[in-house]
Design a protein around this ligand. Structure first.
Ligand SMILES: [Mn+2]
Length: 293
């Protein structure tokens, strides 16, 4: 059984006062020493100088850390502005597409293979959004097609992250199953989906079902438990998750994405990977035993 690869979404460390742009070596060393294979850097091509990105990518690589993915900032709470790929305001939708294209350019520059896109309204409304769902879908599909074609021309992959009804458009692409349907409709080979366990636990039949259904398009995973805390702190059955990832032959990264990350940076990083690796070991052993029969 192949070992899984783990990464850390660097933005989540902000709750501990750790800022990669201020103290890159310190943050990256902590991640490396905790046993991770990579980091996910947030894509803010208009706010952070390319020179700074290159420096940080260089420090990471010199430590043997890969850049697993660029994290797109799509929700207003995260981006500090609206980046809505399904907006009915054409200028706003074009603005969001422009951001995605800059993410592609940044990925090329830093030699990162994949980044993610989400469908987040400027202001989420639950339980019903005021734009008809077919319109939301049509707008997003058009945006995703344009984005993935641009990315394909540059050799970059794009992963759709479905987000739960409270953070995305309630009723549109909240589940992984829906996201696979949207990706199939767009029909570009470099467009896939990712599974964030927190969102999938709310919206899909189960996290393992989501992995199984995403199979042919699964590019990335965001790692958290059902309550968005460290794996082991909620009720997701991670043993089944690991079996399923082995079953579908997942080769991407699991990027630690708990919000708000707690209780302290050291515990957050070491507990999460330690818990997962222990279960991985048990699943590998289980497989070995079953093969002896
Ligand atoms: Mn996520």
């Amino acid at each position: 059984m192949a070992q899984l690869k783990y990464s850390v979404i660097i933005d989540a460390l902000a709750t501990f006062g750790l800022d990669i742009w201020e103290q890159p070596s310190e943050v990256l060393e902590l991640v490396k020493d905790s046993g991770y294979d990579g980091v996910d850097l947030t894509a803010e091509p208009d706010r952070i100088e390319i020179k700074r990105y290159r420096e940080i990518a260089e420090i990471a690589r010199s430590m043997g850390l890969k850049i697993a993915a660029l994290l797109g900032a799509w929700a207003t709470w995260h981006a500090g502005e609206a980046r809505d790929l399904a907006s009915t305001d054409e200028a706003a939708r074009r603005y969001a597409i422009g951001y995605a294209q800059k993410c592609t350019d940044l990925a090329v520059d830093l030699n990162v293979s994949v980044y993610e896109i989400c469908c987040c309204p400027a202001e989420p409304k639950y339980p019903v959004h005021d734009v008809p769902l077919p319109t939301v879908r049509q707008n997003f599909v058009e945006s995703a097609r344009e984005i993935s074609r641009y990315a394909a021309d540059h050799g970059v992959r794009v992963a759709i992250e479905p987000v739960n009804r409270f953070e995305g458009y309630a009723g549109f692409m909240n589940s992984v199953v829906d996201a696979v349907g949207v990706a199939d409709e767009v029909g570009e080979d470099n467009l896939g989906v990712m599974v964030d366990f927190f969102h999938a636990n709310i919206e899909d039949v189960s996290v393992t079902d989501a992995i199984r259904r995403a199979k042919h398009r699964l590019m990335l995973i965001h790692l958290a438990d059902s309550n968005r805390q460290m794996p082991g702190m909620g009720h997701i059955d991670f043993t089944s998750v690991i079996r399923e990832l082995d079953e579908v032959g997942f080769e991407g990264y699991l990027s630690l994405d708990c919000l708000p990350a707690r209780p302290d940076a050291q515990t957050y990083l070491t507990h999460s990977i330690g818990y997962m690796k222990q279960l991985e070991e048990a699943v590998a052993l289980e497989k070995r035993l079953s093969e002896m029969n």
